[in-house]
Design a protein around this ligand. Structure first.
Ligand code: RB5
Length: 144
């Protein structure tokens, strides 16, 4: 499974934690930037990751910004994306099980490396449960 990874300047440092975890656990990834801590605009990177997922270049994505809110909002503007902000590892599990989320978003300023690693562990070991959740997920986009 190939994972698209991106952040803004605020998420740059913890993006390294995400990448180290993916490498350690045998996942392929595409680091879509940024590649230094210079100030950037989070929608640019959120959209890169989101389109990598909807175009099938990557199966899932990981995004980070200061709160995780900006990248979540921006990624969710791309049709077919269900980006979930994971504030703790339980959110990561439920985002997969109930929401079939395809991008997980983290706050770099209100989270830490251990929480992010545990959340990634949960995210990748959880499956969408379908059933009643599938009916609800199918209703998310009011324009489809
Ligand atoms: C950047 O200062 C900050 O606004 C950004 O990382 C993010 O928190 C936006 O939602």
């Amino acid at each position: 499974m190939k994972i698209a990874v991106g952040s803004d300047h605020a998420g740059f440092e913890l993006k390294k934690t995400v990448i180290a975890w993916l490498e350690k656990n045998g996942y392929q990834y595409d680091d879509m930037g940024p590649y230094n801590e210079e100030s950037v605009d989070y929608p640019d990177y959120a959209h890169k990751v989101a389109f990598a997922v909807t175009e099938g270049k990557c199966e899932q994505g990981v995004l980070l910004c200061g709160t995780g809110i900006g990248v979540s909002i921006a990624a969710n503007k791309v049709k077919g994306i269900r980006a979930a902000l994971a504030c703790n590892p339980e959110f990561a599990t439920l985002a997969r099980q109930h929401n079939n989320a395809n991008i997980i978003c983290f706050s770099a300023r209100f989270s830490d490396a251990t929480t992010i690693e545990k959340s990634l562990q949960n995210w990748f070991s959880s499956e969408f449960e379908g059933g009643r959740h599938e009916r609800r997920v199918n209703k998310i986009d009011p324009c489809s």
